[in-house]
Design a protein around this ligand. Structure first.
Ligand SMILES: Nc1nc2c(c(=O)[nH]1)N[C@H]1C(S)=C(S)[C@@H](COP(=O)(O)OP(=O)(O)OC[C@H]3O[C@@H](n4cnc5c(=O)[nH]c(N)nc54)[C@H](O)[C@@H]3O)O[C@H]1N2
Ligand SMILES: Nc1nc2c(c(=O)[nH]1)N[C@H]1C(S)=C(S)[C@@H](COP(=O)(O)OP(=O)(O)OC[C@H]3O[C@@H](n4cnc5c(=O)[nH]c(N)nc54)[C@H](O)[C@@H]3O)O[C@H]1N2
Ligand code: SF4
Ligand SMILES: [Mo]
Length: 758
């Protein structure tokens, strides 16, 4: 789609239009969040001069754009003076902020040479990588890592996404998608997620519609009185990380009152009697006391869940709770199953494997040799989140022809990789690629991450900006962003959906797509055959090829989406019988046959809380007047995203500083007033926040995350843009907690709080 608005370029035979710039309208997409909304860019001389929403392509939704404050940043961001436009090489000490411009060849040749030498000396596991949220396609990095021979890709997944994906796949044989249908769905549970801030677009509008409708009950499970809670028919303000017990309590009521779906359970669930025995002790009174909610509300929630078709959406509120993470998801799986709310319209549907080449094939995880797999640090420590666990689950899901992405679900625990960096045990990790993440703000335990990175032999950062983390790099490689690169956004390969569109322009200056960078490095390291596609668009085209769609078909429509068929478990399998669920028993496993093989539990059991304050720290703190409290961190807030967009002056005017929120009652008990500065302390560090009051549980505080100060200029030693001031991750720890996945906690952790004298 190219519409010339004004006329062709100078020098053409349209001499009379000589002074008119060539202007074209090109389809493209925003990527400031996961919607990847469709836009039309007016392009003159390879530069975008205007951008408007494109109503002809997916995703276009007035509701999305009405709620969105970010898309107007696109033009500024394309040419922001903060952007890195050519490869930079460190010249001074690490972190000194002295850089020189080098050519791509110089940069990639040198990086490849150094990686090759380090691999020679320490083995392929010596290279680690870090990724963040779903900002980019990560398969190019993962393909590079697979072919380099390293299993040490760290990710965010263990505290976001993986727990749910693992437990759904283990219990149901594959992942599920919520199916919210007006007129059919009787109740919607929003559990540990706050789309009003984290997704304040289409899904939030759906929830508002549910809240306003009398056809569907809305239930919110959250320690904070969120905008969802305000709309809800029932708000369950659980104590953080007690959700497993809450779900077991609801199961108790459902079974005790005979509200379960007998037909579905008899036919399709495995281990019901065992589960019924297991939930026996979880009486409403016990659960009310443990979870800090009223017994009546637990009973009401249970009845609502069992009344008819119920949909449930969860989020990082229950993903980031350490030891309880897997059991919480398992307990919710059981709740869905005994009420007949799995793979049925109006509740949730088993997703489809993709028709396009799946993530697992594109990332080439199977290229790792057995020796390279043996380097996986998680083996034996996080027995599910490693190749042993993956293979066990893969054998199950493959029964119905599906495979989960491998790189995310075997991603290395930061605790173990940092340990290898610090000690050389069990082997030396000496080099790091940081791709689309800012770990000095967003990974747990900033002090530890900082020290480990300072001692590495080689750090390569791919980013748009010189972030605090990029300030530690040996090379900063400038990335092409949205509008400069094509997008084919897939859900990690667990659904038959991909969306986005083409780049409107070639990357500005000397920026390159992440794909081009990894391909360039791969070609220098003997991987040339595995990077056949010359460009990212070619690679996406080949990924789409199995669907029969061309790249231009896809770009015209903006989405490849085949809605999942409901009730797949009833479809005939090869033997003509219903195919059931891809689990060990062929049924939904209320009692798991797989988890015990990895040392896990058949039935969900509540775990302990992650503690970050030693008894000594607490007693000293209390002696000087500090209070020991429970904290949540990182509850999402518009308009920011983690450590991004803080430089936007309009955003900063609206939300100028990071806060610690608490109820007015807690504030009074702590002697804190709105606007005071509070100091928070754990064994790992300290950080300061401005006090704000909000409606929430009286025994919990809620602390912002991701804060630094881009306006102070290029980050460098010693303050690195302010990362030692108000960065909540100076308080946290990534020590392994959950025994199968290794998940640590960002919610339900403890800290000391006191009024700051300074
Ligand atoms: N305490 C605490 N910590 C948390 C969380 C929490 O709730 N509390 N949440 C965790 C979760 S769920 C997540 S997902 C992480 C988020 O952690 P991150 O993903 O590290 O956070 P962002 O600030 O979004 O950092 C993204 C960086 O990538 C760059 N970038 C964006 N797009 C691209 C791209 O396409 N290519 C390249 N090369 N660079 C790009 C941006 O400029 C930015 O510097 O934080 C985790 N950490
Ligand atoms: N504005 C903005 N949007 C974002 C992001 C961002 O940084 N900023 N990040 C993106 C990313 S990476 C992610 S992963 C998603 C996350 O999206 P969500 O999962 O929706 O994350 P939150 O909005 O923080 O909502 C989590 C809720 O869980 C509650 N909670 C905390 N602890 C517990 C608990 O123990 N039990 C229960 N039941 N609830 C608890 C918190 O109070 C909070 O309201 O958001 C994405 N969208
Ligand atoms: S920020 Fe998200 S919702 Fe807003 S226009 Fe961009 S992709 Fe769409
Ligand atoms: Mo996330």
């Amino acid at each position: 789609m190219q519409l010339a608005r004004f006329g062709p370029k100078s020098g053409s035979h349209f001499g009379e239009w000589y002074d008119c710039p060539m202007s074209e309208i090109k389809p493209t997409n925003c990527h400031f969040c996961g919607y990847c909304c469709a836009f039309l860019a007016t392009v003159e001389d390879g530069r975008v001069v205007d951008l408007v929403p494109d109503p002809t392509r997916y995703p276009y939704d007035e509701r999305i754009l009405a709620g969105c404050r970010r898309w107007r940043m696109n033009l500024d961001v394309l040419d922001s003076p903060r952007r890195v436009n050519w490869p930079l090489r460190r010249v001074g000490e690490r972190g000194s902020g002295e850089w020189e411009r080098v050519s791509w060849d110089e940069a990639l040749d040198d990086i490849a040479e150094r990686l090759s030498a380090l691999r020679e000396e320490h083995g392929p596991g010596t290279l680690a990588s870090m990724i963040g949220g779903p900002h980019a396609s990560f398969w190019p990095l993962h393909r590079f890592m697979s072919l380099f021979g390293s299993p040490n890709n760290m990710g965010i997944g263990q505290i976001c996404w993986n727990p749910r994906i693992w437990m759904d796949a283990i219990t149901f044989g594959w992942t599920i998608e919520a199916d919210i249908v007006f007129g059919l769905t009787k109740a919607l549970f929003i559990w540990g997620t706050n789309p009003a801030q984290s997704d304040n677009s289409a899904f939030w509008q759906t929830i508002r519609a549910v809240g306003a409708s009398d056809q569907m009950k809305l239930v919110c499970v959250d320690p904070r009185f969120t905008q969802i809670a305000a709309l809800a028919d029932l708000w369950l303000p659980v104590k953080p990380a007690t959700d497993c017990t809450l779900a077991l309590g609801m199961l108790h009521v459902i079974i005790e009152e005979g509200l379960w779906d007998r037909e579905f359970v008899d036919e399709w669930c495995h281990g019901f009697e065992e589960l019924a025995d297991h939930v026996g002790p979880f009486t409403p009174d016990y659960v009310a006391e443990f979870c800090g909610v009223s017994a009546d509300d637990i009973v009401q929630a249970a009845r609502l869940f069992a009344e008819g078709r119920t949909a449930l959406v969860s989020g990082r509120g229950i993903d980031q709770v350490g030891e309880s993470v897997a059991p919480t998801h398992r307990a919710i799986c059981c709740l869905r199953a005994v009420t007949g709310n799995v793979d049925r319209p109006g509740s949730c549907i088993l997703a489809e494997a993709s028709d396009f080449t799946s993530e697992v094939d594109f990332e080439m995880s199977d290229a790792l040799t057995p020796e390279q797999r043996a380097l996986c640090l998680n083996e034996g420590v996080a027995p599910l989140q490693c190749f042993t666990g993956y293979d066990l689950v893969r054998a199950q899901t493959e029964k119905l022809g599906r495979r989960l992405p491998m790189r995310y679900l075997t991603s290395a625990s930061p605790d173990l990789v940092l340990h290898a960096m610090e000690t050389g045990e069990p082997y030396r990790v000496s080099a790091l690629i940081v791709n689309a993440t800012n770990p000095l703000l967003t990974y747990a335990d900033t002090n530890r991450v900082f020290k480990a990175l300072m001692d590495l032999d080689l750090i390569v950062v791919l980013d748009y900006y010189i972030t605090p983390t990029a300030a530690l790099a040996d090379y900063i490689l400038p990335c092409a962003g949205a509008i400069e690169r094509p997008i084919f956004q897939i859900h990690g390969g667990v659904a038959n959906t991909g969306y986005g569109g083409p780049a409107a322009v070639e990357p500005y200056y000397e920026r390159k797509t992440d794909y081009d960078i990894f391909r360039g490095l791969g070609q220098r390291l003997g991987q040339a055959e595995s990077w056949p596609d010359a460009t990212l668009a070619d690679a996406f085209a080949s990924q789409l090829a199995p669907t029969g769609w061309s790249w231009s078909d896809y770009c015209t429509i903006g989405i490849y989406h085949i809605p999942p068929d409901p009730e797949k478990h009833l479809k005939p399998g090869t033997d003509g019988m219903p195919q059931g669920f891809a689990t060990t028993s062929g049924k939904i496993e209320l009692a798991s046959e797989l988890l015990p093989q990895l040392g896990g539990q058949r039935l969900p059991e509540q775990g302990k809380l992650m503690r970050l304050c030693s008894p000594e720290l607490v007693s000293e703190g209390v002696a000087r007047g500090a209070r020991h409290v429970e904290m949540l961190t990182g509850s999402r807030k518009q308009p920011y995203n983690a450590s991004m967009y803080l430089e936007n002056p309009k955003f900063r005017a609206a939300v100028p500083e990071p806060v610690v929120e608490m109820s007015a009652a807690l504030g009074e008990a702590l002697g804190l007033e709105v606007g005071d500065i509070a100091k928070l302390t754990t064994d790992y560090g300290t950080a300061r926040f401005k006090v704000a009051f909000a409606k929430m549980r009286d025994d919990v505080i809620n602390v912002d995350y991701g804060w630094w100060y881009p306006e102070r200029g290029v980050p460098k030693a010693p303050d690195f843009g302010g990362i030692w001031e108000n960065n909540v991750n100076t308080l946290t720890s990534c020590a392994l907690q959950e025994p199968l996945i290794g998940t640590w906690a960002y919610n339900a952790i403890d800290c000391l709080i006191e009024k700051c004298a300074e």
